[in-house]
Design a protein around this ligand. Structure first.
Ligand code: MG
Length: 462
């Protein structure tokens, strides 16, 4: 923290000694863009031939694209907590999605990337879907964001459709400005607000976190994009998302900030697959979908863009995850990580620049309070799995006995269980999972859904 303060002071002094408010050369801007439930195979640059994504394909052509990028958990809130804190869901305790009205949320003790960068003098904004708690003390303004424009929950969290309750509310700061919000315009409104922020903060280093609501169901595109894609409603919303991000990037260039800004584009988890009448997202041939710890639920796109500072048009192999964005951005900002806590990610700048990472790392995947799967080198071990109910809906988890082992470099589709012929690998990885499980005891214990909903209803907001 001391280093952070020193840097903040340096930045402040730097801006005073040069005429006008000037950025220090070591303080680049950061834009992190997250799509909701966008699959590993939904972008042209990731092999999709149906959905048109020219803006994101251009971002990939000018930046670095990762082929083995993961979320540590295949649902919204745990993934977002991991991204914004750099800490595993089993460590923060954010092990399931938050529901409307509930009284629990991302604990105040967690340091978000916004809080970390704010210490360095950054202006911060959260635009889009938050999903880390809806009570005032858990919202973005209480977690280091100067500004918030967006929704607190997923757009499907309307329990009583007939009464439109609870409503999807659009917030500006802590003020509800539209209820129910018209979700068909959210993509465009988020982008407009993001562009306005960029122009307003062009002279200060900024961290802009844009978490689009789409393509999470229920799908909604604006009239301009509805019925336009040959891939149906899912294609419509992804194509609108792409065009909107293209608009954002054009405005970044117009503001003269392209050389001072790093952009990271990713998703929070794998896609829901839809059905024959309304196909959902694509996993790029990987097994499983959102809510499962098969590769299709966990693997997501990552595009890192920083012309002149990151390579352009390259694809990197090498395992990385949402947990790495905090340390990587922290490193690019010239800051040390807070020393009072464990971080599960690493600075992946070497990987982005084509060098090998200092040490190979295991990745642990969870779906609630347990490690369900582990990736170690080319191996992936499955210890637990979600039972899949009607319409592909994941239900509760159960142990897999004996565990299943897949060799991902030869079998990316996780089809051939080779545990029987690699018992020593299974044993080592299982021990690693048990060790990780035992060392990540979170203070936050989230209640089961039923209790969370009832307690939320019985506890009105002050
Ligand atoms: Mg999601």
């Amino acid at each position: 923290m001391r280093t952070s303060r020193f840097l903040a002071l340096t930045i402040a002094l730097g801006s005073m000694t040069v005429a006008g408010p000037h950025r220090a050369p070591c303080a680049p801007n950061f834009i992190v863009i997250v799509a909701d439930d966008l699959g590993f195979g939904d972008l042209g640059s990731y092999g999709n031939t149906e959905i048109r994504t020219p803006a994101l394909d251009r971002l990939a052509a000018e930046g670095v694209r990762l082929k083995e990028f993961y979320t540590p958990a295949p649902t919204c809130s745990p993934a977002r907590a991991a991204l914004l804190t750099g800490r595993h869901p089993l460590r923060t305790g954010v092990t399931r999605v938050f529901v409307p009205k509930e009284v629990q949320g991302l604990p105040a003790e967690e340091i978000t990337l916004a809080e970390h960068l704010k210490d360095l003098g950054y202006a911060t904004a959260c635009i889009g879907k938050w999903h880390l708690g809806g009570r005032k003390q858990h919202r973005p303004p209480s977690h280091g964001f100067d500004e918030f424009f967006g929704v607190l929950y997923s757009n499907n969290m309307v329990w009583l459709q007939r009464f439109n309750w609870p409503r999807i509310e659009l917030f500006d700061g802590n003020r509800s400005i539209e209820s129910p919000a018209d979700t068909s315009f959210l993509t465009r409104r988020y982008t407009h607000r993001a562009i306005e922020f960029i122009h307003r903060k062009r002279d200060a280093p900024f961290f802009l976190y844009v978490a689009y609501t789409m393509p999470h169901i229920p799908l909604a595109a604006s009239p301009e994009f509805t019925g336009r894609s040959r891939y149906g409603p899912y294609g419509d919303v992804v194509e609108e998302l792409d065009a909107s991000i293209g608009h954002l990037m054009a405005e970044l260039q117009r503001a003269g900030l392209a050389g001072d800004t790093y952009v990271f584009f990713t998703s929070d988890n794998g896609p829901w697959l839809g059905d024959e009448s309304t196909p959902g997202g694509a996993t790029g041939g990987l097994r499983g979908f959102k809510g499962t710890t098969w590769e299709g639920g966990l693997r997501i796109p990552l595009i890192a863009w920083g012309p002149g500072r990151l390579p352009s048009g390259v694809v990197r192999e090498g395992v990385a995850s949402l947990l790495d964005l905090f340390p990587t951005i922290s490193g690019l900002a010239g800051a040390d990580l807070p020393a009072d806590r464990e971080y599960d990610g690493a600075d992946i700048l070497p990987l982005l620049r084509g060098k090998s990472m200092p040490s190979p790392r295991d990745l642990f995947f969870s779906n609630r309070q347990e490690v369900d799967a582990v990736r170690s080198g080319h191996w992936k071990l499955h210890l637990r799995e979600r039972v899949i109910g009607p319409q592909g809906r994941p239900r509760k988890s159960r142990d897999i006995d004996p565990p299943r082992l897949y060799r991902l470099d030869q079998d990316p589709g996780e089809e051939e269980d080779v545990a029987g012929s690699h018992l020593e690998v299974v044993s080592r990885m299982r021990q690693d999972a048990e060790q990780f499980q035992s060392e990540t005891k979170a203070t936050l214990k989230l209640w089961p859904f039923g209790r969370a909903i009832i307690r939320g209803l019985l506890t009105p907001a002050p």
